[in-house]
Design a binder for this molecule. Sequence first.
Ligand code: SF4
Length: 385
Amino acid sequence: MNNGELPGLYLHIPFCRSKCFYCDFYSVASRSEIPAWLEAVREEMTLYRDRFSAFDSLYLGGGTPSVLSEHDLASLFESIFKNFVFAPGSEMTMEANPESLSPSKLKTVKDYGVNRVSLGVQSLDDRDLEYLGRAHRAARALEAVEMCRAGGFSNLSVDLMYGLETQTFSSWKKTLDRVLAFRPEHISCYQLTFEKGAALWKMRESGRVRSIGEKLEAAFFLWTSRYLEKHGYYHYEVSNFSAGREFICRHNRKYWHHVPYLGLGPSAHSFGTGASRPGDTPPARRRWWNVRSVREYCRLIKDGKAPVEGMEILSREQFDLETVDLALRTREGLELSALKGFSQSQRVLAQWQKSGLVKVIDGWVQPTRKGFLVADSLALMLCDA
Ligand code: SF4
């Protein structure tokens, strides 16, 4: 729920060492356009700097922010702080991948205030990493985790993937156990999906790889949730676990609760920030997104134009449905009153409860583990009713 929280700032760094087979994020496997991108993103910051009084989260995502050199990272942070203000105690996250991380990069970003690193480990089994087309292997991933700890990062998130045909329950457990030995403050476990634009999709079409099937995917999901909870982690969102409520990712939480955020860089999305401008009137239901091409992004900015590709203003009904949809992906859930506008909500709620998909606690509708499993379709049931 957006209770007047400060907005978050997202910066998309669209460069990677190589392209992972499953990846559908916008990124290019070349670093030649970094200087032009850096110049353009600095310029884009100036388009928005007068529209925000302060942020309380910064998220450098990608792509792979850690492919930037120390010099480029420093120059990026100089521009960020020249244009934007952050409230004391802001969460500042940088995504990093093992193959491009170094102690000196960690020191550089820490000196600029980064207090959270999200590391793309994915697996600690080399067969899985090869299958996924990752640029690193398990030994390097372990080194990177150690590097973060040695660099003084006490808020570390590790990204992992399950549902690979190269994986067994025992190899997945081995990966989790090795990760758990470091007690990361946060773990994200994503189910492998076959995205249409990704290489893995074509590999499946041609029969070179296959999906493990919904039944097994569900079994992995439920097992993982139980296992990590047994080890003291709080399963607070479908794919996310934290070692305590203080380690819930503040920035990502904004996406699930309609808190405004500004996204800069190619393909970045922004939401609701219209109301942050003095004089703007709510409803802040505006969403817009940038072009999905570094070249086009740089060209538009050079021509003095905003690099925006599209914009939508959600109707009240769309907004309300999305509120339910996003909130039911989180353990925190949804205030019962948010269902009021849906004509069949009483009947659907009773159905959800009967099927063990949600619990109603102190006026909040909270998904169960089984509810998380079908989180994508819960809100739709309100429309089908
Ligand atoms: S490192 Fe991340 S963004 Fe880059 S190709 Fe792999 S999955 Fe995509």
